[in-house]
Write a protein that binds this ligand. Structure first.
Ligand code: KIV
Ligand code: NA
Length: 267
C-alpha cells in the first residue's frame, strides 16, 4: 500500500505475512526507516530513555509525545505512525484516554496510539476506538507499571499463563484494539495468543510466533554500548562508527588538517 493503515496489518496476518515495526523519535530517522520499508513506526515513550536521558519512561509527558510524534509524522510518508500514550495521560478514565489520543492524532497527526494495560483497560480501548482513535494494546511486561510488577521481568510464566494472557488479548480485541503487542512473554505463550486472536500481534522479547516484531532503534543499531536485553539483536554498531568519526574530526581540528582549502570560501 502507498500508506500503511491498520487494515493492512490485519490483511498481513490474514495472509500469513509478517511486518516490522521500529521506534522513531525524529523526522530524519523516521524518513530513513520509512524508506527502508518498515511498515510501522512507533513513537515510543522509550523516548524518555533514548532521547531525554531519563532512567525510565515514567517522566515522559503528553506534550513531549506530541512534539516527538509531530517530527516523526513529518518524516514518514508510507509507514503507519503509532504513538504511545505516556504514563499519567490515560489511566484515570476512558475520557482521559480519549482526550490524550485525540491530541496525538489532531496535533501530531499520528494514525493510532499504543496503550499499556490488560483487560482492566478494555473500556479505555472501547472509548478510544469509538472516538476514532485506533488502539494497539500493550500487554505482558508494561514498563510504565515496573513499580507494581517488581522490575523488569518476564510476564506470563507459570500455571495458567496461556489462559490468562489469551483472556487479556481477547478482551482487548473484543473492545476494539486493532493489534496486541506483547513484551517479555515466553515464546510459546505469545504464539498461543497470536493463534487465539484475529487481530495481528507484535512482539518484543516474545519469540517468533507474533505477526510483527518491534525493537528500539538505538538498541537495534547499536547506538549505545553496554548490556542489552536478551531480546535485542544488533544489526549495526553505530556507537563505534560514530565514535570513530567524531574522534577523527577532533584530531583533524586539533592538528589543523580540517578544514582543508576545499572547505573554505574564496574572497
Ligand atoms: O516505548 C517503546 O519503545 C515501546 C516498545 C519497546 C514496545 O513501547
Ligand atoms: Na512504550
Amino acid at each position: 500500500p502507498a500508506r500503511w493503515r491498520t487494515v493492512h496489518l490485519q490483511r498481513a496476518k490474514d495472509e500469513g505475512r509478517r511486518f516490522a515495526m521500529l521506534t522513531a523519535y525524529d523526522a530524519m530517522t523516521a524518513a530513513l526507516f520509512d524508506e527502508a520499508g518498515v511498515e510501522v513506526l512507533l513513537v515510543g515513550d522509550s523516548v524518555g530513555n533514548t532521547v531525554l536521558g531519563h532512567p525510565s519512561t515514567l517522566p515522559v509527558t503528553l506534550d513531549e509525545m506530541v512534539l516527538f510524534s509531530t517530527a516523526v509524522v513529518r518524516g514518514a510518508t508510507r509507514a503507519l505512525v503509532v504513538a504511545d500514550l505516556p504514563f499519567g495521560s490515560y489511566e484515570a478514565s476512558p475520557q482521559q484516554a480519549v482526550a490524550a489520543g485525540v491530541r496525538l492524532m489532531k496535533e501530531a497527526g499520528v494514525a493510532a496510539v499504543k496503550m499499556e494495560g490488560d483487560e482492566r483497560f478494555a473500556e479505555h480501548v472501547a472509548a478510544l476506538t469509538a472516538a476514532g482513535v485506533p488502539v494497539m494494546a500493550h500487554i505482558g511486561f508494561t514498563p510504565q507499571s515496573e513499580h507494581v510488577l517488581g522490575g523488569y521481568r518476564v510476564q506470563g510464566r507459570g500455571e495458567g499463563a496461556v489462559e490468562r494472557m489469551t483472556a487479556s488479548a481477547r478482551a482487548l480485541e473484543e473492545a476494539g484494539a486493532f493489534a496486541v503487542l506483547m513484551e517479555m512473554v515466553p515464546s510459546d505463550v505469545a504464539a498461543a495468543v497470536d493463534a487465539s486472536v484475529r487481530v495481528p500481534t507484535v512482539g518484543i522479547g516474545a519469540g517468533p510466533g507474533t505477526t510483527g516484531q518491534v525493537l528500539v532503534w538505538q538498541d537495534m543499531l547499536g547506538l549505545r554500548e553496554g548490556r542489552m536485553p536478551r531480546f535485542v539483536k544488533q544489526y549495526a554498531q553505530l556507537h563505534a562508527v560514530m565514535g570513530d568519526a567524531v574522534r577523527a574530526f577532533r584530531a583533524d581540528v586539533l592538528e589543523g588538517s580540517f578544514p582543508a582549502p576545499e572547505h573554505g570560501f574564496e574572497g
